[in-house]
Design a protein around this ligand. Structure first.
Ligand code: ATP
Ligand code: MG
Length: 217
C-alpha cells in the first residue's frame, strides 16, 4: 500500500473497455483537482515500450511462456521504480492499463505457467508492492474481441507500428481461460479487486467505476 498516493489498475480481456474507462476516470479525477498519472503495461517507460513491441506485435518473436513472464517483469520493475513509485510518493493517483494480474491471467491461466511461478517472480521483483485497487472489466470474449476488431479495422496503424493484434489471433478458448483467470484472481483477493459488468454502455460502466472510486476516497 502506498502511504499517500493511490494506485489503481484496470484489468480485463481485449476490448473490455479498459483504455476508454481509464481516460474517462482520469478526466473526472483531474477535474476534481487530483493529480493523475495514466500509464500502461507492458510499457510505461521507454525501455518497457521496447519490450512491449517484442510481446504484442505479430513480428515480435515466438517467446515461450517463461520468457514472456521474464520480459514482462523486466518491463514492470522499470515501470514501478521509474514511474509508479515516485508518483505515489508524490501523492499522485496512478492508473495503469494492466499490471501483474494480466500476467497471472495471460501467462498463467492462458499459457499454462504455474501460478505459483508467476507469484514467485512477482515476489522476487516487487516484494509486497501491489495496487490499492484493481478494477476488472468483465465481458464475454466474443463481445470484447468484436469491439477490438472494429477498433483495429478503423485505426490507421502505420505510425503506431505494426498492428498490436498478436493475442487477438489466438483462439476463443484462450480468451475464455483469461476471463476465468481474472474472475478467480478477483475471488482470491476480494479486498483489492472489483469486478464490473462491462457489457453495459460506456456511460453505465463509467458510473459503476465512479461509485467504487467515491467509496474509497
Ligand atoms: N461499454 C462499451 N460498449 C460498447 N463499445 C465500447 C464500450 N467500451 C468501449 N467500447 C469500444 O470498444 C473498443 C475497445 O475499447 P477499449 O480500447 O477501451 O478496450 P481495451 O480494454 O482497452 O482493449 P485492449 O485490451 O485491446 O487495449 C473501442 O472501440 C471502444 O470505443
Ligand atoms: Mg486498451
Amino acid at each position: 500500500m502506498s502511504a499517500e498516493g493511490f494506485f489503481i489498475t484496470f484489468e480485463g480481456g481485449e476490448g473490455s473497455g479498459k483504455t476508454t474507462q481509464i481516460n474517462r476516470l482520469s478526466r473526472i479525477l483531474t477535474d476534481n483537482g487530483r493529480r493523475v498519472i495514466t500509464t500502461r503495461e507492458p510499457g510505461g517507460t521507454s525501455e518497457g515500450e521496447k519490450i512491449r513491441s517484442l510481446l504484442v506485435q505479430r513480428e515480435g518473436g515466438n517467446w515461450s511462456a517463461m520468457a514472456e513472464l521474464l520480459l514482462l517483469f523486466a518491463a514492470r520493475t522499470m515501470h514501478v521504480e521509474k514511474i509508479i513509485r515516485p508518483a505515489l510518493e508524490n501523492g499522485d493517483i496512478v492508473i495503469s492499463d494492466r499490471f501483474t494480474d494480466s500476467t497471472r491471467a495471460y501467462q498463467g491461466y492462458g499459457r499454462g505457467l504455474e501460478i505459483d511461478i508467476v507469484e514467485q517472480v512477482n515476489t522476487l521483483v516487487l516484494g509486497d508492492f501491489k495496487p490499492d485497487m484493481t478494477i476488472i472489466l468483465d465481458v464475454p470474449p466474443e463481445t470484447g474481441l468484436g469491439r477490438s476488431k472494429r477498433r483495429l479495422a478503423s485505426e490507421k496503424f502505420a505510425e503506431e507500428g505494426a498492428c498490436e493484434d498478436r493475442f487477438e489471433q489466438l483462439e476463443i478458448d484462450f480468451h475464455r481461460c483469461l476471463r476465468q483467470g481474472f474472475l478467480e484472481i478477483a475471488q482470491s483477493e476480494p479486498e483489492r479487486c472489483r469486478i464490473i459488468d462491462a457489457t453495459d454502455t460506456e456511460d453505465n460502466v463509467a458510473a459503476q467505476i465512479l461509485a467504487l472510486i467515491k467509496d474509497r476516497f
